[in-house]
Ligand binder design. Sequence first.
Ligand code: SAH
Length: 359
Amino acid sequence: MSDQAHCAAATAAEAPLRDLRELMLEELEQFVAAADERAFRARQVMRWLWRRGANSFDAMSDLSAEFRAHLKNHFKISPAPGAAAARSSDGTRKLLVALGDGEAIESVIIPAGARVTLCLSSQAGCAMACEFCATALMGLHRNLTAAEITGQIAAARRELTPGEELTNYVFMGMGEPLANYPRLARALSIMTSAWGMGISPRRVTVSTVGLVPAMERLLAEFPSVNLAVSLHATTDELRDRLAPINKRHPLKSLIDACRGLPIKRRDRVTFEYVMLAGVNDSPADARRLVRMLGGLKAKVNLIFFNPFRDAPFAPSTRGAVEGFQAILQQGNLTATIRESRGQDIAAACGQLYAQRHSG
Ligand code: SAH
């Protein structure tokens, strides 16, 4: 190899190709314009990628060979990640999704009649350190890229039975989605745009422990995506302990942020409340919750605590959960009880604790 050629090869190796699966339409449009191609080519490429399932540039058969070569010089298309699936007796399927660097994350398919929900992870591990959550034990390994977030959808689709289709998407897997905001936002754009996967934003829910500034940004940038706030306590003293991020964003700022929303948007906030025996499940807690959420027309989702190894909590009794629900309903709150699914394969909320492959 001549010196010059050697240099060129070294430069190419130093500048890694961008993953087409990370790109926003506008970015591809700029690339197309700079390449002197017709503007509609950008949408055409995105359509191949997100609707027609192309895994290579060569599959994009109505592009010129020249333009395909140009694309190849600047981009790669990451393959959908591989996944191993475990099936629960209740139909819930847990996917262990392998990422390129040996990290693994979990996604869960939860069928319930015609509704098939995919529970997505946003980070490998989590830094939020909630005391009742198994993922917290891992600590934060790293943020997922937008391609890794949407890659879970491709991996899940491969596990569906004929005729089955994903209908709802919830960011309630591993990680705190709003602690990974830029990549989450990219993934949400790809998921909900007409040029991307074309999923209705009303079928997407982002669940957060309450990172208030990022929450406000999400609501402004994705006004139709649903928000779920993990509350779990009615006093700062208890919430500081259960969800330590409360020390930075205390209850009042969290609830005020929800109260500040336009009324239509406010109606679509769900508060999640994990029921911990003798900790946050008393009638006095329920009454405080009614006062705290008064006037919000909020929905409260009561969740049975799913135990994991060495967890310092026990689930509330069904009687306690139903009594709590009754007080909320008397206080004009909509309160539902979330039945736990997939416990036998540790796929239930708070049980996601992927082991490193190399571990
Ligand atoms: N970090 C985000 C999303 C992941 S957790 C958040 O905090 O909302 C998704 C839901 O599972 C949250 O409401 C969380 O509180 C709940 N959860 C966590 N551990 C749980 C456990 N052991 N049992 C039941 N629910 C749990």
